[in-house]
Design a protein around this ligand. Sequence first.
Ligand code: ZN
Length: 865
Amino acid sequence: AIAQQEQVPLPELGWDDEIPYSVRHAVDLAVREHVGKLTGAKNDAGKTFIHPYFSNYVEIRDGRPVTWVTLQRCLPDRMVTERIEYVFEKDAKGEYTLAEERKVNEVDRSLPLKIEKLELARPIKPFSFQHDQLSIEMTSGTYVTRYVGDHPVALEIAGKGHVRLTPPDDYQEQFWKRYLDGPVLDADIVGVEIEFHHLDRSFLELIGWTPPGGEVRPFEFSGEDVAAPEKLVERYRELTEDSDEIAWTPRGYRELQLPQYKGTWSIAFETTDGREILYGYSPVEPQEIGVYTVEKGISLRKRTRERTRLVAVYPAPETRALPVDERDRRESLRFVVPNKINARFDIDGDKFIATASLDLIVAEPTDSLLFSIGGNPTVRYVRDLETDAQLPFVPYKNPFSEIFGFEETVNTYRVAFPEMLQPGTVLRIELSYNSPKLVYKFDEGFWRISRQGLIPFSRGLGDPAMMSFVLRTKAKYEHVSFGEKAREEVAGDYRYTEWRSPRGVNFPTMIIGQFYEPITAEVDGVTIEGYATRVRNDQLSSLRVPQKGMKQEVEKARSAIEGYHKIFGVHYPFTTLRVVSVPFQGYAQSPTSILFMDENLLLPEGVIGQYLDPRKWESITAHEAAHQWWGGLVSNTDFFHYWFVESLADLSAALYLEAVKPGSIEVAINDWRDMTLRSEHVCSIKDDILYGGEIGKYRAQPLRYTKGPYVLLMLGEHFGYDKLRGFMQRLLELHRGDLVTTTDLQRVAEQVVGVQLDWYWDQWIRGNGVPTIGYELGSPRREGDKWVLDYRFTQKVVRGDEVLPGKVFRLVIPIHLTAPDGSTKVVRVWLKEAEKAGRLELDFEPRGTPRIDPDNRMLFRRERL
Ligand SMILES: [Zn+2]
């Protein structure tokens, strides 16, 4: 418990090895033997119907070992999930025998999936259906119904019809052209599948649904030869033989959806030319409408699998009508919000036991919690700390877990509560799991913990108010983790450390290793500690001077922190920044208060230059250090607003490097520009997380690293570079510790520059296209005591290969002039029309040829008229 952890000496916390392996092993064997008898039972159909989930966890109570097992009983009408407690006693022969058995909890909400037999297929009432840009017309058809328990939840229809699906706007149209082969989908269809919420009867009414008039079977293909339309038979076979139904294990049972999801539905249709397209609507998604193509693939198990490929996601019309701030604020439903997280990690060999206590506040009515953990873990227990009750939990598998075992990625578990939890309820849960595959053990001297699921609730749910971790390993390893190191103790064979942060941290990370003596530096009260990992023998080892390289990295980080203090005026939020070199990492990353990087980055510049563009190498540490502010101090509300975390880190790095090494910003600008123009700029910066990297003739870097920093830098070109810096400062002051949206950024920028900026955000961040500016400059001539320069500008906005008709940007065109004393004067002309002519009045005589934005501060192409 939390209070306890504050007082108890670290080695005295409840570590599991107080229970000898021999006891745990003997109890495990005994419980498996006992449960084996239960699970051997068969139902009327001769099938196994009780499935166990062992937790490999033992506690000692009054001198007797206690363990728990989750059992799932698949009854004909429902699945009961039970948590059973087994208490053992050592008999005279020294063996463990079952002394007590008690059901501690049960949940019976999971109902069997069923489908009507093909012989029950009946005709639809012809119908038409319209939603936003989708219209479907079914003139005839035959259907069967799918059920969860006795609730109809899907209709399978084979018949004749027509579908028309148009994009909601010109921006989305591009994705239609790319993935649906044209600006409009207009096709005859042979089949429709409609899935809907069990409380929603509207689709049943739409097709004139009638009860089946016969027995409905579980989800299994009977193989019987039934006269039904070919398409329906085909679909029926796919569903019953090859179903991708995501369900609680065992397959074939599913819970009814929570009431919040009422109104969620999807329609998949198959066109006469064999294409399958899915249109989904969910009022609880941040962007409610999704269009996908469905592709069939063959899995390792030779089953036909459906794979969906994103065409587009976009808001529903009612959301499109909202002000942009509200549109951005809409987020995926959060059932719970974390308050505090405390965790204990016991890491040794093949053991990675995490025991986390979580204070959660319920935000929406819910009767279950999903959590995800990497590395295919064994969840040992989930306990309600208020009542000390064991909660039943089961893995929530998907088809990929079956195919791949999902060892390297995330498995999801579902904790079921006996009743619906109401908003405002405070949940205190302790969760324990063993997931040794989360440990990346590069060699004996270096382990890193994968960030996947380390703290299972942290990322998806927002930042908790505080976090603390205790970490234990063999004493020969040292630990590097987040926030402040509160305590360190070595007792017996073990080293214990405690880490604390007054708030949630992004990607809480733990690194365990054998390091050279740390290299330290200090700036503004912040200590930079550099941990160079003692490395393996590899081909580069003769070239390595790890400490020398680390010294260089620590200095880079120190200098960057100092630079950001000046640029942002907002202090680094911890007293220590720890820089760690990592073998085989391939990249650098900066979770809160840690900066870890591939050890190859410690190589001398001459050597690394063979592998990496030295100009990039220069900026890596600066970019990562900037994440302590962007991503660390101010972070994004969700996935759709992640872009600025990278864009501001990259921009900050460029500004800092320019300050310490004038001229270096040109390198960054040219790189951003080149990559942005290569990407074909089909999607917006904001959407590049959905489409980025995939689109374009070249695999350009995602726009958040290229166009993002570029267009934010351009705020300086439009409004002054002091305002750009003011924007970053204000953002940090105002939103320190917040999760913000794209429009929150806009509002801060508006405050600072004093101008409404919808146009700027729309054209550069929420929209796409790059202008081409045509220009014509006259020769300077004298008029009275002034010099006059005539100009004419045109613009067209280009996206990919097309010019967007009628579209114009509002932007400045910097004209560089040389004064008689040789200095450069920049005059900026605002352009917001397709064509503009005018004259500049100068109080000096310009020398040489005036130049349009020679240092590419603006993202436009230029052509002489
Ligand atoms: Zn980054």
